[in-house]
Design a protein around this ligand. Structure first.
Ligand code: NCD
Length: 301
């Protein structure tokens, strides 16, 4: 990838790039270096965030870069006055060396990238994608499993609206898993765009409504039912609490199985699971800083 590459979708990465990025992430995790002195990262967030924004900002600080931040851009930026995302991106790209954008509209990051003079990183565009989450998810798998190639990986929850799950599966398409198991209510099934992509890449997948079908998986990627994407709370209530990983469920998984979750969790993983050897989700969040350090260093140094 070239220097001014935008990070818009998980399919844009290839295996050699991932290998290089993950090696750098591991190196920087142990010994962050002042690689980005004098560079500025702008975070422009039109939707709520804890991990994504703060881990990007933490990553930038750890590399000795500077940060400017609009954490509530939907309410506190000129968007309120009617400014378009393109105009905002044009301006912010004059203030910063990289823009990390989260927006409620699918395609917003691509719009910003089309006018920005600096790299735009998609930190979640509505129900579209969240490619840097996929990077840290896959990095977590590389640390938790002997190999992603040959592994059975279950993805559970709101697969229709969850951009983290969508990007995760797109990136898994670059590997050779034994099979992917998509577990969701039929109404929240994985999109046909992704299923077609997997078929084109000869990745085996099956779909189920039953959490029991994830029992034999080497990794289980649990996700939140995306409340904010439903028309009303009755619609959401139909699906809420449908799939819960309890301590009993976790105890029945393969000894070496890893449970991942992009977080935040609501009730879909019981807190009792947190102490189980299967729980990888807090580590996964920590790896987010390491992977984002590597990404920023690669883009900007
Ligand atoms: C995810 C998101 O915002 O898409 N959160 C995150 O960035 N870790 C997942 C979610 O909100 O369910």
């Amino acid at each position: 990838m070239g220097k001014s590459t935008h990070i818009l979708e998980a399919q844009q990465f290839d295996r050699p790039y991932l290998d290089r990025l993950f090696t750098l992430a591991t190196k920087l995790a142990d010994a962050p270096k002042p690689l980005l002195t004098g560079k500025i990262l702008a975070t422009l967030f039109y939707e709520p965030s804890t991990r994504t924004r703060l881990s990007f900002e933490s990553a930038m600080h750890r590399l000795d870069g500077g940060v400017i931040s609009a954490p509530d851009a939907g309410a506190q930026s000129s968007a309120v006055k009617g400014e378009t995302i393109e105009d905002t991106a044009r301006i912010v790209s004059q203030y910063a060396d990289v823009i990390v954008l989260r927006h409620y509209e699918k395609g917003a990051a691509a719009k910003a990238a089309s006018v920005s003079s600096v790299p735009v990183i998609n930190a979640g565009d509505g129900t579209g994608q969240h490619p840097t989450q996929a990077l840290l998810d896959i990095y977590t798998l590389t640390r938790e499993l002997p190999s992603i190639d040959g592994a059975s990986i279950a993805v559970v929850g709101d697969l229709k609206n969850g951009r983290a799950a969508r990007s995760f599966v797109y990136l898994l398409g670059k590997f050779s898993p034994k099979e992917l198991i998509f577990i969701s209510p039929p109404e929240l099934a994985m999109g046909t765009d992704i299923k077609e992509y997997l078929t084109r890449h000869a990745i085996l997948f099956r779909e189920s409504e039953h959490l029991e079908d994830a029992h034999s998986a080497d990794a289980l990627y649990q996700t939140r039912i995306q409340k904010e994407r439903f028309e009303n709370s009755e619609e959401y209530d139909r699906f809420k609490g449908r799939y819960i990983i309890t301590a009993a469920y976790a105890a029945d998984m393969k000894d070496t199985a890893a449970i991942l979750h992009p977080l935040p969790r609501v009730d879909e993983i019981s807190v009792e699971v947190d102490d189980s050897p299967h729980a990888a989700y807090f580590k996964q969040a920590r790896y987010g800083v390491h992977v984002r350090m590597a990404l920023l260093a690669d883009l900007l140094s």
